[in-house]
Design a protein around this ligand. Structure first.
Ligand code: AMP
Length: 274
C-alpha cells in the first residue's frame, strides 16, 4: 500500500495502477462501517483508493473540528490489512486555495433536516467530495447510507455536473446492539451509549408499525418519538421519499425514515431505507 500526502504523489502512485478504481472517501478514525465500504470496493474493482481527510469546510463554527477523533496510525494499519492500494491523507493546504470557486448545495434539499441544523455543512461536504472524486479518477465511489442526505446530495451533484463516476450506496453497519457505527461514538459514555440505542430502537418500532400495516407517517413518527424520549433532545424525525420530499404515507421501495438526536455531547443520526 502506498500512503501519499500530496496531490503530486497521488498522481504518481495512480500511474502504477492498471484497471478499474474504486474510491472510498472518509474522515478517518476508521471503524467497521468504513471497512465494509472498502471491502465492497475491493470486490467490485481492480484497485482501491481510500482518502482520510478531516475536511474543515464542512464543520460549522463551534463544531468539533479540532477534537474530531484522529487515528492516523490505526487507519493506515486497517487500510493495509484490507488490501487498499493507495491511502491518500492530504493536508488542508493540498486541498484548498484562497478565494476558491465554490460548489453550493441545492436551496431546499441542502437546507432541510441536517442542512437546517448545520447550514453550510453540505456546501463544504460537496466541495471536498467533488475534489476527491476528480482526484481519485475512480469509476465507482462508495458512500454509506448512514449519511443518507449526504449520499442523495452527492448523487445529485454527480448528475448535475455530468460527472463520470458511479456512486454506490452501502448498507449501514451497526454494533451487536443495533447502534449505527460512527467515529463520533467515542464521545459516548457507557450510560449514554445505552440511551443512544433508542435511535435504532425507534427505527425498529417504525418497521414493526409498517409490518402491521400502518402506513400513515404521522402515526409512525409519534410511535418513534415515544422511544426517543430516552435521548437528551430529539432534533428531528422525518419520513421522506428517496428525493427527500416529505411523505404522508409510506411508499414501499421509496421511503427513508430519518432520526437525529442529542445524547450527551454528540448529535447522532440514523435512518432506515424502506
Ligand atoms: P465519515 O468518515 O464519517 O465521513 O464517513 C465516511 C463514509 O463512511 C461515508 O460514506 C459514511 O456514510 C460511511 N459510513 C460511516 N459510518 C457508517 C456505517 N455505520 N455504516 C456504513 N457506512 C458508514
Amino acid at each position: 500500500m502506498r500512503v501519499v500526502q500530496t496531490i503530486d504523489a497521488l498522481k504518481e502512485a495512480k500511474k502504477k495502477l492498471a484497471g478499474s478504481i474504486g474510491f472510498v472517501p472518509t474522515m478517518g478514525a476508521l471503524h467497521k462501517g468504513h471497512l465494509s465500504l472498502i471491502q465492497q470496493a475491493k470486490q467490485e474493482n481492480d484497485h482501491v483508493i481510500v482518502s482520510v481527510f478531516v475536511n474543515p469546510t464542512q464543520f460549522l463554527e463551534g463544531e468539533d473540528l479540532e477534537s474530531y477523533p484522529r487515528k492516523e496510525e490505526a487507519d493506515k494499519k486497517i487500510c493495509e490489512l484490507a488490501g487498499v492500494d493507495i491511502l491518500f491523507m492530504p493536508s488542508s493546504d493540498q486541498m484548498y486555495e484562497k478565494d476558491e470557486l465554490k460548489i453550493a448545495a441545492p436551496a431546499i434539499r441542502g437546507y432541510i433536516l441536517e442542512g437546517e441544523r448545520r447550514p453550510g455543512h453540505f456546501d463544504g461536504m460537496l466541495q471536498v467530495v467533488m475534489k476527491l472524486l476528480n482526484l481519485s479518477g475512480a469509476q465507482k465511489a462508495y458512500f454509506g447510507k448512514k449519511d443518507a442526505q449526504q449520499l442523495v446530495l452527492i448523487m445529485q451533484m454527480v448528475k448535475t455536473y455530468f460527472m463520470n463516476v458511479q456512486i454506490v450506496p452501502c448498507e449501514i453497519v451497526r454494533d451487536e446492539d443495533g447502534l449505527a457505527l460512527s467515529s463520533r461514538n467515542v464521545y459516548l459514555s457507557e450510560e449514554e451509549k445505552s440511551r443512544a440505542l433508542s435511535l435504532s430502537k425507534s427505527l425498529k418500532r417504525a418497521t414493526k408499525c409498517i409490518m402491521s400495516g400502518e402506513l400513515d407517517t404521522k402515526t409512525i413518527k409519534n410511535k418513534m418519538l415515544e422511544v426517543l424520549k430516552e435521548t437528551d433532545r430529539v432534533e428531528y424525525v422525518a419520513i421522506v421519499d428517496r428525493e427527500f420530499n416529505n411523505l404522508k404515507q409510506i411508499e414501499l421501495g421509496n421511503t427513508i425514515i430519518l432520526v437525529a438526536a442529542r445524547v450527551g455531547k454528540p448529535r447522532l443520526i440514523d435512518n432506515l431505507w424502506i
